[in-house]
Design a protein around this ligand. Structure first.
Ligand code: ADP
Ligand code: ADP
Ligand code: ZN
Length: 226
């Protein structure tokens, strides 16, 4: 085992808590959180060619092409802030993406510590997604019922006062995203189970309880928080 390094994948359907947990783990373990969804939204906002291509697919709840995503991730994990590892949130989402990641990691002689699946019932997912909003300035995540800012209208993290809701969090798109998860993403679980890397955590629990369960898995695989 390499010291103070963490290579982790958080897996789970939309609304399972991947973003929430990976941001907590980023602070606790001091490694970069990488969200392909956030990266794509930044491209959309910038109006880049990647953003224009991605937007068409994201708007209808589908998955962006493997080719585009794999290239984006390859460039991202080569950056210096990933020297001590990363927490992948929302990638891989298809078997070809998982295979491409294996190839990338093999080339750099890095091994995954764990792939942790957050298990959440579908009714709860819909409730979580429909109440989700984030700080426009720093991206901190909130929820209408489950996580309001401590002071109403003011971000706990940065003091920002503007909040945004994702266009694809509308009820019409959520159904398509859940279907994409079932059809295209769920098949990567047997892939990682066969490699003895897959662990499951009860994502229905309170946020800090979910975090504690993830940390317990990481201790089991020999990763200690610094
Ligand atoms: P959530 O966290 O709610 O599951 P994300 O922010 O991860 O959503 O992703 C939002 C959208 O971005 C997805 O519905 C999909 O269109 C696109 N996307 C994100 N990551 C990937 C990926 N690894 N492969 C293909 N499409 C992706
Ligand atoms: P994902 O990245 O998997 O799509 P998020 O982390 O954005 O999911 O969580 C979706 C919504 O549910 C957010 O509004 C978040 O505040 C809320 N949430 C996350 N984890 C929990 C939890 N354990 N209990 C209740 N609400 C949660
Ligand atoms: Zn903020």
């Amino acid at each position: 085992m390499r010291e103070s390094s963490l290579e982790l994948i958080l897996l789970g359907p939309p609304g399972a808590g991947k973003g929430t947990q990976s941001k907590l783990l980023e602070v606790r373990y001091g490694v970069a959180q990488i969200s392909t969804g956030d990266m794509l939204r930044a491209e959309v906002k910038a109006g880049s060619p990647i953003g224009l291509e991605a937007k068409r697919v994201m708007d209808v709840g589908g998955l962006v092409s493997d080719q585009l995503i794999i290239r984006m991730i390859g460039e991202r994990i080569a950056k210096p802030d990933c020297a001590h590892g990363f927490i992948l949130d929302g990638f891989p989402r298809t078997v070809p993406q998982a295979e491409a990641l294996d190839k990338l990691l093999h080339e750099t002689k890095v091994d995954l510590d764990a792939v942790i699946e957050l298990k959440v019932d579908e009714v709860v997912l819909v409730e979580r997604i429909s109440g989700r909003f984030t700080c426009a300035k720093c991206g901190a995540g909130y929820h209408d019922r489950f996580k309001q800012p401590k002071q109403p209208g003011v971000c706990d993290v940065c003091g920002g006062t503007e909040f945004i809701r994702r266009p694809d969090d509308r009820a019409e798109t959520v159904h398509a995203r859940l279907e994409a998860y079932r059809a295209q993403t769920a098949p990567i679980m047997p892939y990682y189970a066969a490699k003895n890397r897959l662990y499951s955590v009860d994502g229905m629990a309170e946020m800090d309880e979910v975090e504690a369960q993830i940390e317990a898995v990481l201790r089991r695989v020999g990763v200690q928080a610094p």
